[in-house]
Design a protein around this ligand. Sequence first.
Ligand code: FES
Length: 136
Amino acid sequence: MPRQETQFTQVNNRPVGAKAQTLKMLKERVMTSEFIIAAHISEVPSGGQLRVEFPDQEILICNVAGEYFAIDYYCSHDALGLEGGTIENDCITCPYHGAEFCLRSGKVMASPAWQDIRVYPVIVEDDLIKLCIKPA
Ligand code: FES
């Protein structure tokens, strides 16, 4: 089910308002990205994590106080699962060797990993968690 477009006024094909650029970017992302249903919200309660599999990748969905994040399932250090890692200050700690990754950016915050992981846009519609898994 395609996401509804954000409505806003346009003048000369440019959105108007304080957040015009953000809305324009949101509109473009909605129009050019493909969101896929990954789970029902009941599968990822607050504080929960869920592994979801797609044909070419596995993603970990994390619910942090009602905010959903989607990241690569596997740690970039030794390709072991990040599932079950503790989450604090928007960072997940790999349960194996302790590398930390920012849930918002995927950036490595603590060794032994040195390579970032990917993060994926998430939207929730009709109680469904949808991910954009296409490369940016
Ligand atoms: S596998 Fe994650 S830190 Fe080693």
